[in-house]
Design a protein around this ligand. Structure first.
Ligand code: NAD
Ligand code: TDX
Length: 331
């Protein structure tokens, strides 16, 4: 099988490429990635000949047409993915997440290629801390940020291309991922690498916001489950019952690195900061039989802490510029 993986040099895409090579000997992969600040060549070294890396933009219609024509399946991870960046400059989010997805959809439509669309639970907006509800496939879309609204727009394009043009597509909306190869701008790697650098972790607001953490390998195994068993045209939510508030995550990281649990700073909150995300993945579990492997967040986190401790050469080149950006925003 020849597979086109967009965004394969990013966090989840690179993990997807690694897992796929290990578990699917019949798959050959072409990665299409623009290598923005978030793409990292060091995440994909030594994977030839089963992986071919093409540097290019998903909004480049000619390039996309050629690569899609040559594929049996497209898995679309590429995106501008960071909420804080989308508040500072929304335009690349509209361009990549909306126009880029449109460009891919037109190509899979022309060449009748199976397509899987990677999306986020943030399209559903947020929940109150004391709300017993969790997101399901039937929750109405209500995105808050430029990032989540462009992801919502891309999901809706996929649904329309399924219905109007018969494109063979599935969609997944996953909760917050953690694990190796995640850019140091994101919450967990930022705090781990801060502590490794002797810098106090930075919590937005009071640190009360809740995220529903899932290990990236569990996300990617769910994606494969949907590719193989999902119903065309359908949406599946992916989550592993991993709700934890940010303050508790920081306390765990500090403890795992031998520091006092209260050695963090509270900093300026993110404007419009979503309070809580929570996924009900019953459909994925019961209809498709998926279950997560990393059921204990604390031990998955401790493996992730160890990965960053052991792979400084991977993250060090991005650290200074990332922290300079946060410092300018008072965060
Ligand atoms: P990431 O920012 O780590 O990686 C994104 C990748 O896309 C990078 O390699 C980047 O170079 C590439 N890219 C960006 N613009 C491009 C363009 N125009 N053309 C080609 N490549 C381009 O993101 P991630 O965290 O790995 O997220 C991957 C996908 O998963 C995204 O669609 C995101 O919305 C979704 N998602 C992420 C999470 C999470 O917790 N990180 C949770 C749910 C869903
Ligand atoms: O330094 C920080 N301090 C802090 O308290 C950072 C970077 C974040 N936070 C908070 C904000 C959030 O409540 O931690 C939480 C997680 O923040 P991010 O890592 O920026 O993730 P989030 O905004 O929740 O979005 C992530 O999950 C859903 C991904 O970045 C998205 O791509 C995905 O769709």
């Amino acid at each position: 099988m020849r597979m086109l993986v967009t965004g394969g040099a990013g966090f989840i895409g690179a993990n997807f490429v690694h897992t796929t090579l290990e578990e699917r000997p019949d798959v050959e992969i072409t990665v299409l990635d623009a290598f923005t600040y978030a793409g990292n060549e060091a995440s994909l070294t030594g994977l030839e000949p089963r992986v071919t890396v093409v540097k290019g933009d998903i909004a480049d219609a000619e390039l996309v047409d050629r690569l899609v024509a040559d594929s049996d399946l497209v898995v679309h991870f590429a995106a501008e993915s960071h909420n804080d960046n989308s508040l500072a400059n929304p335009w690349p989010f509209v361009q990549t997440n909306v126009i880029g997805t449109y460009t891919l959809l037109e190509a899979v439509r022309r060449h009748e290629v199976r397509y899987h669309h990677i999306s986020t639970d943030e399209v559903y907006g947020d929940l109150e801390l004391d709300d017993p509800a969790r997101f399901t496939e039937n929750t109405p879309y209500n995105p808050s940020s430029p990032y989540s609204s462009t992801k919502a727009a891309s999901d809706l394009l996929v649904r329309a291309w399924v219905r109007s043009f018969g494109v063979r597509a599935t969609i997944s909306n996953c909760s917050n991922n953690y694990g190796p190869y995640q850019h140091v701008e994101k919450f967990i790697p930022r705090q781990i690498t801060n502590v490794l650098d002797g810098v106090r972790p930075k919590l937005y607001g009071q640190g009360l916001n809740v995220r529903d953490w899932i290990h990236v390998t569990d996300h990617n195994r769910a994606v494969w489950t949907i590719i193989e068993k999902g119903q065309l045209g359908e949406t599946y939510l992916i989550g592993a019952d991993g709700e934890v508030d940010n303050r508790t995550v920081v306390e765990m990281i500090l403890q795992q690195l031998g520091q006092d649990a209260d050695a963090f700073d509270l900093v300026t909150d993110r404007p419009g900061h979503d309070m809580r995300y929570a996924i009900d993945a019953t459909r994925l579990r019961t209809e498709l039989g998926w279950t997560p492997i990393y059921e204990d967040f604390r031990s998955g986190l401790s493996q992730t802490v160890a990965w960053y401790r052991d792979n400084e050469a991977w993250w060090r080149p991005q650290k200074q510029a990332t922290e300079a950006k946060y410092a300018a925003a008072g965060q």
